[in-house]
Design a protein around this ligand. Structure first.
Ligand code: CTP
Ligand code: MG
Length: 170
């Protein structure tokens, strides 16, 4: 097992390409109400989890929920790809403003794992360039990520991800 310390009342930002297992990981380690996902927010403002035109409104809602929960002192997990520095910066700004600790958990699976999983999903129909592009963005930003967050856990490979045990820290 691998113990990951996470802030008991702060922000946990999941980072990983589509198909890396973020939603699966969130379901396994957190209560449903603790998890705010971009899918949920996109569906909430468009009735369609895959409506890309709703992205702006979806993230506005996501940030609003995160801000409100952190202000109320609730552990909040963001389930979105977060591979772009810009997307993480917005979340970090919210955490900073609420004086909340922020940690990142990177789920790094081999490209073929993510691609094969996505191919088997009825809810995802991604163009083939998406996962490779997200992996490049993640690779490029990995160094910066360690500067952005007080604590960063990088889980490499399916076994390491499966072996993770979360330890809430006050
Ligand atoms: N999955 C799996 N075994 C795991 C993790 C995930 O079989 N250990 C499967 C899930 O059941 C799902 C698919 O792989 O069908 C993708 O996992 P998911 O957690 O949904 O990936 P996300 O990272 O959330 O992808 P997205 O960014 O597209 O939401
Ligand atoms: Mg997901």
């Amino acid at each position: 097992t691998r113990e990951l310390r996470v802030p008991a009342t702060g922000l946990v930002v999941l980072v990983g390409v589509s198909g890396s297992g973020k939603s699966h990981f969130a379901r396994r380690h957190f209560r449903p109400t603790q998890v705010v996902s971009s899918d949920f927010c996109r569906a909430a403002v468009s009735d369609d989890e895959n409506d890309q035109a709703a992205t702006g409104d979806a993230f506005e809602l996501l940030h609003h929920i995160v801000r409100t929960r952190l202000r109320r002192g609730l552990l909040t997990v963001v389930d979105a790809t977060n591979v772009q520095p810009r997307s993480r910066e917005a979340l970090l700004a919210v955490a900073r403003h609420q004086d909340a600790l922020a940690c990142a958990i990177v789920l790094d699976v081999p490209e073929h794992v993510a691609v094969e999983r996505n191919a088997a999903r009825p809810d995802r129909d991604l163009p083939s360039h998406v996962v490779p592009r997200q992996r490049r963005e993640l690779r490029r930003g990995l160094k910066a990520l360690h500067r952005e967050f007080k604590r960063v856990h990088v889980l490499t490979g399916v076994d390491e991800i499966d072996a993770a045990v979360l330890v809430p820290e006050r």
